[in-house]
Design a protein around this ligand. Structure first.
Ligand code: GDP
Length: 363
C-alpha cells in the first residue's frame, strides 16, 4: 500500500492526530480497519463520489480505497547523529512514500514546548536540518564509493557522481533534494538511496481550538512556507479532531456544522495525503459491490486492471469506461450506454480520475 509518514517534534500533537485518524478509519464506511503495527494505521479515503455511485447502484457493499499513515516518532534535534530514536526513526521514514509534517501552531501553557515557546518556522527548520543532514550523510558515503569505481572510466558511474554532487550541493545549502527538480532519468540513478528529502511534503498546521480555519499568524506562516516550497498545506485542530473521531456519523455532521465546518480536518488531511502521493481513483460498480481503486496518476488501463487481479492485467483485452460525470448524469450504466457514453478503450488508455471501469480479459 501507499504510505504517508507523520513527522514532527515531540509534544506538537502527532499522536493526537494519528489516533484521531485511525479511530476515524475504524468506523468510516464499513471498511475493516486494521492496525498492522501500533504505529501504522490503514484508513479509508473519504470520497463523496463513492456515495453518489452507491445511491444509483444500491449494491450489497461499498468499499472505499485506503492509504496508510505511519506515526514516526523520535525526531529530535540531533536525530541524524543518532540522538533519541535517531536510527530507528531514519529507517522508518525512508520507507514512506510521502511525508505529513505536523507543526505546532497552538499556544497552550499546559503543553510544554521542547524549545520553550511556540515558533512554527523554527520547528520546521529543526526538522528540515535533521532530514537534510541524514540525506547528506547517505549521499556523501555514496559519492566516495562511486568516485572510486568511476575511475575505471565507466560513463554511467560518472553520471551518477555528477548527480550526487548536485544533490550534495543542494543539501549543503540547506534545501531539500526535491527542490532540485531532477528529471525522471536523473532521479532513477539515485532512487535506491531512498533519500528522505526527495519525498513530497504536506505541512499540517495543528491549530488552536479558536483558530479552526488557520487564520492566526502561526498557521499563516506555515502556509506561506509551504507555498514557497510548492508543498501542500492543511490546517487542523488535533484536539477537536480527537473529539470528532469519537462521534457517530450523524452527530459528527451536526458537531461540524456547529463549528462552521463542512468536513472534518482529518478528511481534508487524508485527501491531501492521497493527492500528495500522486494517486487517482477509478471505480467498479456492480450490484454486489461498488468499490474505489487506487492507481498512480498516469497509469494505463492494463495496470489499473492489475490492481484488482494480476490475471486481469496479463489477459487484458479492453476496458469499458464511463466517465464519472457521464455515469451520474445518465443515472448509471444502462443510461450511459443508451446515450453512447460508454467507451471501449485499449491497452494504451490513460485512466482518468473518477472513471467507472469494467475490464474484459482472457483467462
Ligand atoms: P506528540 O508528542 O507530538 O505525539 O504530541 P501529543 O499528541 O502527545 O500531544 C501533546 C500534548 O498536546 C497533549 O497533552 C495533547 O492533549 C496536546 N494537544 C494536541 N493537540 C492539541 C491541540 O490542537 N490543542 C491543544 N490545546 N492541545 C493539543
Amino acid at each position: 500500500g501507499f504510505k504517508c509518514g507523520i513527522v514532527g517534534l515531540p509534544n506538537i500533537g502527532k499522536s493526537t492526530i494519528f489516533n484521531a485518524i485511525t479511530s476515524a478509519g475504524a468506523e468510516s464506511a464499513n471498511y475493516p480497519f486494521c492496525t498492522i503495527e501500533p504505529n501504522v494505521g490503514v484508513v479509508a479515503v473519504p470520497d463523496k463520489r463513492l456515495d453518489a455511485l452507491a445511491t444509483i447502484v444500491d449494491p450489497e457493499r461499498v468499499l472505499p480505497t485506503t492509504i496508510e499513515f505511519v506515526d514516526i516518532a523520535g525526531l529530535v534535534k540531533g536525530a541524524s547523529k543518532g540522538e533519541g530514536l535517531g536510527n530507528q526513526f531514519l529507517g522508518n521514514i525512508r520507507q514512506v512514500d510521502a511525508i505529513a509534517h505536523i507543526v505546532r501552531c497552538f499556544d497552550d501553557t499546559n503543553v510544554v514546548h521542547v524549545d520553550g515557546d511556540v515558533d512554527p518556522l523554527r520547528d520546521i527548520e529543526v526538522i528540515q536540518t535533521e532530514l537534510n543532514l541524514a540525506d547528506l550523510d547517505t549521499v556523501e558515503k555514496r559519492i566516495i564509493r562511486s568516485q572510486k569505481l568511476a575511475k575505471s572510466g565507466d560513463k554511467k558511474l560518472q553520471f551518477e557522481v555528477e548527480i550526487l554532487e548536485r544533490v550534495q550541493a543542494c543539501l549543503n545549502e540547506g534545501r531539500p533534494a526535491r527542490s532540485l527538480g531532477l528529471t525522471a532519468e536523473e532521479y532513477q540513478v539515485i532512487d535506491d538511496l531512498h533519500l528522505i528529502t526527495v519525498k513530497p511534503v504536506l505541512y499540517v498546521a495543528n491549530v488552536a481550538e479558536d483558530d479552526l480555519n488557520g487564520e492566526h499568524d502561526f498557521a499563516k506562516k506555515v502556509q506561506a512556507h509551504a507555498e514557497s516550497e510548492g508543498a501542500q498545506f492543511v490546517a487542523i485542530c488535533g484536539k477537536i479532531e480527537a473529539e470528532v473521531a469519537e462521534l457517530e456519523e450523524d452527530e459528527k455532521i451536526e458537531f461540524l456544522n456547529e463549528l462552521g465546518l463542512r468536513e472534518s480536518g482529518l478528511d481534508r488531511m487524508i485527501q491531501a495525503g492521497y493527492k500528495l502521493l500522486g494517486l487517482i481513483t477509478y471505480f467498479t460498480a456492480g450490484k454486489k459491490e461498488v468499490r474505489a481503486w487506487t492507481v498512480t496518476d498516469g497509469s494505463k488501463a492494463p495496470a489499473a486492471a492489475g490492481v484488482i487481479h494480476t490475471d486481469f492485467e496479463k489477459g487484458f483485452i479492453r476496458a469499458e469506461v464511463i466517465g464519472y460525470d457521464d455515469y451520474i448524469a445518465s443515472s448509471g450504466e444502462t443510461g450511459a450506454k443508451e446515450k453512447g457514453l460508454m467507451r471501449l478503450e485499449g491497452k494504451e488508455y490513460l485512466v482518468v480520475d473518477g472513471d467507472v471501469m469494467h475490464f474484459r480479459f482472457n483467462v
